[in-house]
Design a protein around this ligand. Sequence first.
Ligand SMILES: [Zn+2]
Length: 559
Amino acid sequence: MLHISPLLAANPGFIVFVIIVLVMVVAIPVFAISYARKKKEPVSQSSFDPNKIIPMSPEVQGMYVLAKRMVFNGELDRAIIVCERMYALEPDSLLVNMLLGNLIFEKHPELSFQCLKRMERYLQEEGVRVDDPGVKDWAMYFYMLGFHYNRHYATDKAITLQNAAMNSRDFVKRHKAFRERFPYRTLNNDLNLTEDQLFDGVFASEGGAFSLKENPIQILKEKVQVLKGHFDDLYDYLKKSHERLPKIHFDFIDTMQLNAYATKSGDQHLIGLNLGTYLILEDMFDKMMASSNVLPDIGNITQETAEKKLLNVIETGGALSFALPKWIHPRCVSGDPIRRQLADFYKIAAFDFIVLHEFAHLAGGHVGYLQSLHKPVYAELQLSGRSAEKIDFSLYQAMEKEADMVATIRSFLMAAQFLELYKSKPQALPVYKDWESFIYHWTFAIYSSFRLFGFKQYKASEAKASTHPPPSVRMALISMSVVGLFTGKTFTKIDNNMSVIMFEAAMAAEEALQSISFFPNTTGIYQNNWESEEIKKYIFDITDKAYELMPVFKPFSFF
Ligand SMILES: [Zn+2]
């Protein structure tokens, strides 16, 4: 039943207009009814009326409808002007705060945050929950509020809001509209932006550049500086073997969610890594090495405390976010210097792998090719809502496979130099003692990282229906290519069975992850991927596709 407030009843013409707008918003009602019948769900009844909390004057109501209509017509700037006038007249109105908070989301993020927080507070005071059927249509506002919280490191709040939003039936549709309004984009550099500003603009709706933010957490700033310096070294190294390689700007995106991106804006090549991605890796390897049952032969495990150290992550929609509300937590690291060093090796091995993977998307011409198809940004994780568009999965899977191969080969070429160095200057940490040792520890790092994305048992048909091959299959592919490096001409053969070393490392990583989480043991799934004939055939298909596509990427490639 539609509740009509006395204010609305006083103006019949207005009601007709509101109804027309509502029909537009809720899409075609016939479709909605047939959907509801098919699902045999009762049409949700809302007992909640936002006008009851803070009624709007007729004047502001008129402006509200006008502003909404402008939004639907895509006239955002005009809608903001109308909304700002409404806000001046009725700064306390719930609907005004919601709409304004939405409209200025990108232009004035801090004011937007205040507006949406006010909306949240009104609802809390009224005892209305985010998942109340009456507020279902507002999923988008909650989703955006979640974005703000995420930027402010209140990940737990962000997740609650965004999960509630994603459960809303029409969220996918609205999320698509959100993406249309705030698309991944390239910026024309007519404005003479600095590299930092350009990066910030391109990733504005994901959280923007961390380096430009006034961040009060000193330790976080220092960490980011060190890693950016590390990227510069990595870039200089890559440039030596790829003379044509253009400048690549690397930065962290100020959000706690797990993701990484590669894109190009004009001539500027960009790699963006969500800060949360690195913090999850750091937390994971620090806590693994601070657990006495993990790799007990390394260092002195009597230095570790006995309690279980839990990984600080929250899962949402199948993906993880780093969850460390307000940073009120002493860092958890191993008590033994050798074990701490090993944790640091794992973090950098994983960081390098991700960055090299993104580098491969740029240098391999994937981003250039996709941009020629009007897809501006290569995102590693995409919300399920976005996969509704028609995507050539085999194209993406081939690019993923290639990027993983490039990252693997590069990691090993770099390691070869460290192994050489080790001969004249042995280290306390024997990772680079010989290939066997490196392969074991590198596999441990990369397997743990992939394992964060979740290992599930797949049929080949399911595995094909996604932009990325399943993480367990990717890890199997990577391991196979490592074997290939030593049976081919890249490195001299080693005596020990590499598959066995890598499988042992995978098992150790699996156990390590269990000691810091409640994740299930998925060693069996990983093993199945190695042995399944169906998956093997699927892997060959991806490999064939990657070869087939080489000439397509060539014009955009820097290799
Ligand atoms: Zn990728």
